[in-house]
Ligand binder design. Structure first.
Ligand code: ARG
Ligand code: ZN
Length: 882
């Protein structure tokens, strides 16, 4: 599989394509094992190309070439072209005028376990082309800056493939002898081949419509397997919400008359924005109150929105090359985050996004695979669909929004759409549009696209009572990352507010500025002082409100100041974060005590702060639940120099148990207040009631008391919605409970026909902190429902164990590491993309003690020395060892 030296692709080597493709005419004759593809490409030399080479190189992998014809009648022979494992080189093609190249080839979808190109998923045929999967369908100029219009004709057996879909509009169909039929699709919009899609199978469809601002009726269709028809309502409503939102917030209307979504059970990622024909992982479409949790409902709406928003940010305007991936992904994630915030709770959504960023993305940015949101080199582009490109990319767009204001940002996005519609462009083009529309200078801001690593911000304050001023001295420092030893200072927007000692807000006024509730300090220098005036007393400072930049704030605040902010900060993010920092400090102290073998005594100040939170009359119960939630083990991991998984787990548990014991009464009361079942209700109120109730149950479970075990069992048995049932099961599985196995068995029996629920069953068991979890995971590998060829199943068992169960994955014996490497090697030959994702859990080896470092490294070395290693896995493993 692997070349001795896999090729690295560099951004600096970008050149325009030597040829262009104006029109693509595809003809598929479908068969599970032997699909025929006839591709007729109308092409010409690119006038902008500066190469003098008259040959044409098309990309192609795993294709059985049948014939090549130039200009209708000239069938090319062996000597006219050269076939390599990943290309077809035609020695001589016309240079002066356009020409037609017809290529016929065969492919075997059934053998395609990598799920890239055309493959089989539960009997249906579907495609995944981004980033470079189209070359597994036919020979092509497989790069995003080659945009063509596509006509696609699909011929297949009528019984096996009654539904035949591709991009655009259906322009013809008919029957053929031998029980066969055909359909022709035409996409009027030029697109790169990564947005091509084809789906065929026994699918059922839910249909609805949406009337756009300009009064056009768009047909909306969601295709699923028959058994899932009753789980499409939420996805359909989400799509309509997304369409309306993009009209209102960005002035973007849908362009085709038809929007199709297909849900497939075998999918490497979340979903794919193919023009007019999105292909989705079933996980992000199917939901019924009894099968999907409140979190699932939210994620479905978010991903449906994300793919829909790509129609403008990704499809109408696409990327010039794959180094620009964040152009479409960062912007589209920002758009879907704002959409979800508007649909649910802005405060809660922001906290959830920052939580993800500060645990997973900060870890990536601090590790051996750190890369800028616009990387400058890759071996396998699929490895760069990262939290950095997506989530940090969204933070960069959010900072532009903060710096330019909502109106300025909208002017910038309008100009971007106006300038670049129909083009394949760069991140720089996006920033230039923002700049031009606002008369702003974003030259320093552009460094965010090129520099990796998370900046650390230090804050020092000085109050001058005579002058009534507060000086805030901010400094920035970004640690080195691979290939970037020294960093330039960035432009960092730091939203700041002030609070008086009595808890009332103090106005902020920068010299010669106007007084406001908060100010955006623009840090541009390594160190800079900002002076705030007219302050009669020294206020408490609230820095980085709303998490206005993806940075680490280094402020050693006394516990009582954090407790003060937890009670008084009007900024919902900083209020929550004050509670998190308070808990981090207390838990960090206990981690040291645990390591010293001392008794773990929880600081009463923390208990008192939580008691106050419990006593407050919160309106947003989801936000209340977040305030009541301790920082995760993963977040605590990020705070430690040498990670000690056991100390983290037991110190955090000690705090949770102390809270349960000392706040037992209010927690119990709160649980009982909201415990009545509200199946089927999905308004913010019902979601919040479930969330706070289940937060209380999880605390109380730490008491290991019969009555709590009984509550959990009762909730498990009577729940009518998956949120409550799963929350109860999790409590039962995470703590010793006499009915634990019985509940797992009955859950399995109840849901054995719902694959997505069975995924949860695997995950719950793989995530338990109880002893015996590793052995359980080994047993589950042999369970008849486990299927290593299904990525959702792999993620639910192997992914959950290695990425969400630090206590057991990092067992001192190294058994977790060996287990993971075994699975990676097994997956490597089946599905390199999924295999490569699983390596992630080993890449942070430098963060652990020497013994674990050695054990993790040994597995990484074993992986790279495996002869048939894929370049996907190789790249991640080799870079993490460097
Ligand atoms: N563009 C898709 C999305 O974020 C993701 C597709 C990634 N696929 C891949 N094989 N890397 O919406
Ligand atoms: Zn995307």
């Amino acid at each position: 599989m692997r070349d001795a030296n896999p090729r690295t692709v560099y951004l600096k080597d970008y050149t325009v394509p030597d040829y262009l493709i104006q029109h693509v005419d595809l003809n598929f004759t479908l068969d599970e094992e032997n699909t025929r593809v006839v591709s007729r490409l109308t092409m010409c030399r690119n006038p902008a190309s500066r190469s003098s080479d008259t040959s044409l190189t098309l990309a192609g992998e795993n294709l059985q070439l049948i014939r090549v014809v130039l200009n209708e009648d000239n069938e090319l022979g062996d000597k006219d072209y050269l076939q390599t494992p990943d290309s077809l080189i035609i020695h001589d093609v016309p240079q002066q005028r356009s020409f037609v190249l017809t290529i016929e080839n065969g492919i075997d979808p059934k053998a395609n376990t990598a799920l890239e190109g055309l493959y089989l998923s539960n009997g249906m045929l579907c495609t995944q082309c981004e980033a470079e999967g189209f070359r597994k369908i036919t020979y092509f100029l497989d790069r995003p800056d080659v945009m063509a219009d596509f006509t696609t004709t699909i011929t297949a057996d009528r019984d096996r493939f009654p539904v035949l879909l591709s991009n655009g509009n259906k322009v013809g169909h008919g029957n053929l002898p031998d029980n066969r039929h055909w359909v022709t699709w035409k996409d009027p919009f030029k697109k790169p081949c990564y947005l091509f899609a084809l789906v065929a199978g026994q699918l059922e469809c839910v249909e609805d419509y949406f009337t756009t601002v300009s009064g056009r009726d768009i047909t909306l269709q969601i295709f699923v397997e028959k058994h899932d028809l009753d789980k499409c309502g939420h996805a359909m409503q989400s799509l309509k919400n997304a369409m309306a939102w993009d009209e209102q917030v960005y002035g973007r209307e849908y362009d085709l008359d038809l929007y199709m979504i297909v849900a497939v059970s075998h999918f490497n990622m979340g979903a794919m924005e193919n023009k007019g024909l999105n292909v989705f992982n079933t996980k992000f479409v199917l939901a019924r109150p009894d099968t999907a949790t409140d979190a699932d409902y939210e994620h479905i709406e978010g991903v449906i929105g994300h793919e829909y928003f790509h129609n403008w940010t990704g499809n109408r305007i696409t990327c010039r090359d794959w180094f620009q991936l964040s152009l479409k992904e960062g912007f589209t994630v920002f758009r879907d985050q704002e959409f979800t915030g508007d649909r649910t709770s802005k405060a809660v959504k922001r906290i959830e996004d920052v939580n993800m960023l500060r645990t997973r993305q900060f870890a990536e940015d601090a590790g051996p695979l750190a890369h800028p949101i616009r990387p400058d080199a890759y071996i396998e582009i699929n490895n760069f669909y990262t939290l950095t490109v997506y989530e940090k990319g969204a933070e960069i767009v959010r900072m532009l929004h903060t710096l330019l204001g909502a109106d300025g940002f909208r002017k910038g996005s309008d100009l971007y759409f106006e300038r670049h519609d129909g083009q394949a462009v760069t991140c720089d083009d996006f920033v230039s549009a923002m700049e031009a529309a606002n008369g702003a200078d974003l030259s320093q801001f552009r460094r965010w696209y090129a520099q990796a690593g998370t900046p650390v911000i230090n804050v020092a304050q000085h109050y001058d009572a005579a002058q009534k001023t507060l000086s805030l001295t901010l400094s920035q420092y970004c640690p080195p990352t691979p290939g970037q030893p020294a960093k330039e200072p960035l432009l960092i927007p730091i939203t700041t507010g002030l609070i008086n000692k009595d808890g009332s807000p103090a106005l902020c006024r920068l010299q010669d500025g106007e007084a406001a509730e908060q100010v955006v300090l623009q840090l541009t220098q390594p160190e800079q002082t900002f002076v705030l005036a007219d302050l009669n007393e020294e206020p408490i400072v609230s820095v980085l409100r709303g998490f206005s930049a993806p940075v680490k704030l280094a402020m050693n605040r006394p516990l009582d100041e954090l407790a003060f902010l937890l009670s008084h900060d009007p900024d919902t993010f900083n209020r929550w974060d004050a509670g998190q920092q308070l808990a981090v400090q207390v838990i960090s102290g206990l981690i040291v005590d645990y390591q010293d073998g001392s008794e773990l005594a929880v600081n009463p100040l923390l208990i008192d702060a939580y008691k106050k939170v419990l006593a407050h009359p919160w309106e947003d119960l989801s936000y209340f639940s977040l305030l009541m939630t301790l920082p995760s083990e993963l977040y605590l991991t990020e705070q430690m120099r040498v990670v000690d998984v056991e100390a983290i787990h037991y110190a955090r548990e000690a705090v949770a148990k102390a809270l349960a014991e000392q706040l037992r009464e209010p927690l119990e009361a709160l649980y009982l207040k909201h415990h009545r079942d509200e199946s089927g209700q999905f308004d913010a109120g019902a979601i919040g009631r479930r969330r706070i109730k289940n937060t209380c149950l999880a605390y109380l479970a730490r008491l290991d008391a019969d009555w709590v075990q009984h509550w959990a069992l009762q909730q498990f048995n009577s729940a009518k919605n998956m949120t409550d049932q799963l929350a109860a099961l999790t409590v039962i599985v995470n703590h010793p409970h006499p009915a634990s196995q019985q509940c797992l068995d009955s859950f399995y029996e109840q849901w054995r026909h719902e694959a997505l629920v069975i995924d949860k069953w695997f995950t719950t068991q793989a995530s338990s902190p109880l002893p015996g979890t590793f052995e359980k995971v080994l047993d589950l590998l042999d369970h008849p429902a486990f299927d290593i060829k299904n990525p959702n199943r792999v993620r639910s068992l192997i992914g959950a164990f290695s990425q969400s169960n630090p206590l057991h994955f990092h067992a001192a014996s190294g058994q977790g590491y060996q287990f993971l490497a075994d699975r990676i090697l097994e997956l490597n030959s089946l599905n390199p993309q999924v295999a490569s994702r699983m390596v992630g859990a080993l890449t942070s080896w430098r963060r652990y003690d020497e013994k674990r470092q050695g054990l993790m490294k040994a597995q990484l070395e074993r992986i790279i020395s495996t002869p048939a290693i894929s370049k996907d896995v190789y790249e991640v493993a080799v870079k993490s060892l460097a």
